[in-house]
Design a protein around this ligand. Sequence first.
Ligand code: HEC
Length: 163
Amino acid sequence: MSRTLIALFCLTSIVSSAFAETPAEILATIKAEAANTAGFQGFSAARGETFFKAKHGGEWSCSSCHTDNPMNSGKHAKTEKVIKPMAPKANEERFTEPKKVAKWFKRNCNDVLDRECTAQEQGDVMSYLLAVGQPVAAAPAPVAKPVEAAPAAAHSSHKHSAH
Ligand code: HEC
């Protein structure tokens, strides 16, 4: 491998790791794009949820592969490969790589809607996925340990010095 190639290689990996972002930053980028559309009035998690669970003329909805509950792992409708949960609260890798987000929005929207999703649709879906909250208890919650009684000695020593 030539030196230039090696240098280029290193540079590429530095650049790509520097591109890691938070879901909030990625959402802000999508919002800036959506704001260019006439009549934009912000994103709606409720609209995103409806969009995510509905079919749009084709065979699949987003939830066909990602399930109805973004806190749970999904399964590819065709290959049956396991897909990790979509909600960042259940999977902290979600929405941290702008390139990955763009790539999959493009591919998945084409599969489901036969077109790309608009910035409005992406933002609604993301707002929904970011809002989805607590993990569904798969197993009974562990019984809370009783709070141990505070050692009585700590108090009694004060009592003695009080007279
Ligand atoms: C045919 C199966 C399938 C359908 C339908 C599908 N997805 Fe996906 N989606 C995947 C797979 C596979 C991945 C990549 C694996 C992974 O990230 O775990 C993925 C990843 C994503 C990601 C990447 C998120 C990230 O940052 O990690 C987004 C966003 C996404 N999908 C949105 C959607 C939306 C929105 C819809 C509906 C319009 C949808 N998907 C429908 C299979 C699907």
